[in-house]
Design a protein around this ligand. Structure first.
Ligand SMILES: Cc1ncc(C[n+]2csc(CCOP(=O)(O)OP(=O)(O)O)c2C)c(N)n1
Ligand SMILES: [Mg+2]
Length: 331
């Protein structure tokens, strides 16, 4: 089944809200890159600058009660789901005030109360977790949807087939969202991935959308249909969003690679399609806000990030004894 492409547009308020939230992700990621260099983080980070429109467009159509599973590149998913930026910075700085009490760090920013049922350093692990959440949602019968963010590299894990199969057979409310940024670590997808990823869902009868992940309106419009499909009880849906990360696979990449695997021209070509700049141009073109108002939104995002840095810096080190206790369920 091929999904339809409608021309419906978000109203000005929705568009501006998505712009604000994309700015918060972008500014956070830029700050975190500086923070690694400043030694504020105990380890490296995987940044999603350039990919903001996918997380925001999808999560704008999800409710707090809906779940998502995130990845090793999960700061954007966390913020798009409406979670607290202060608690994210504290977590990434390894502080007890962090969203996982400083025990998870950058690859595990997850707020259960906002429906994040796992961010994961194990590539593809979210597929099974989201499918399980979909089964729980179906049994509960209250119309909750579980969305699973995963990369193009994760799409090559065999568990994708298992999850597509059972979610289709049992008509589970699972929204599969492949963030295809063209690379799996340093491997261009053409060297490790055969065919079109979203085509893999078609034999299961799952509706598929293959979209421009740098166009937040396209993502939002797709999510409107795809989330509704899942929520209505019709079964899973699959979105493949083509996008790009400007940063390296991880923050120390430049130090460990002797030869670059991406050309400057390629990065510049994607920067010319920047999702944040495109949204700003759309807002101004529609006269939903003017230049000065957009500038103010940027300053607001800067202020939020500055506040989050201060909160994280002021945090305390977790007590080593809690690590053992928190390993046990229910703690
Ligand atoms: C099961 C497993 N295999 C390999 C790795 C090492 N690894 C970490 S990130 C990554 C690439 C993932 O690529 P993709 O799914 O496209 O996500 P992206 O990093 O592009 O967001 C790999 C292979 C891992 N963490 N887990
Ligand atoms: Mg990738």
């Amino acid at each position: 089944m091929a999904a339809s492409a409608s021309n419906i547009q978000p109203d000005d308020g929705v568009l501006i809200e998505m712009y604000r939230r994309m700015l918060l992700i972008r500014k956070s990621e830029e700050q975190l890159f500086r923070d690694v260099k400043l030694g504020r983080t105990p380890g490296q980070v995987h940044l999603s600058d350039g990919q903001e429109a996918v997380a925001i467009g999808i999560c704008s159509l999800l409710e707090d009660r809906d779940q998502i599973t995130s990845t090793h590149r999960g700061h954007g998913h966390y913020l798009a789901k409406g979670c607290d930026v202060n608690a994210m910075f504290a977590e990434i700085y390894g502080k007890a005030e962090g969203i996982c009490r400083g025990m998870g760090g950058s690859m595990h920013v997850a707020d259960y109360s906002k429906g994040i049922v796992g961010a994961n350093g194990i590539v593809g692990a979210g597929l099974g977790i989201a499918t399980g959440a979909g089964l729980a949602n179906q049994l509960e019968g209250e119309g909750r949807v579980a969305a699973c963010f995963f990369g193009d590299g994760a799409a090559n894990q065999g568990s994708l087939m298992e999850c597509l199969n059972i979610s289709s057979l049992w008509r589970l409310p699972v929204l599969f969202v492949c963030e295809n940024n063209g690379y799996s670590e340093f491997s261009p997808s053409g060297t490790v991935t055969s065919g079109v990823i979203s085509d893999r869902a078609k034999p299961f009868g799952i509706p598929v959308w293959n979209i421009d992940g740098n166009d937040v309106v396209d993502v939002w419009r797709t999510a409107l249909e795809a989330v509704d499909h899942c929520r209505s009880g019709a079964g899973p849906a699959f979105v493949e969003a083509r996008t790009y990360r400007y940063s390296g696979h991880f923050s120390a990449e430049a130090m460990v690679l002797s030869t670059p695997y991406r050309s400057d021209e390629e990065i510049e070509a994607w920067r010319a399609r920047d999702p944040v700049a495109r949204t700003r141009a759309l807002i101004i073109g529609r006269e939903a806000a003017n230049d000065a108002e957009c500038e103010r939104m940027e300053l607001e995002a800067d202020a939020h990030v500055e506040g989050a840095v201060a909160f994280g810096e002021a945090g305390t080190a977790p007590c080593p004894g809690t690590a053992n206790r928190l390993m046990r369920a229910g703690s």
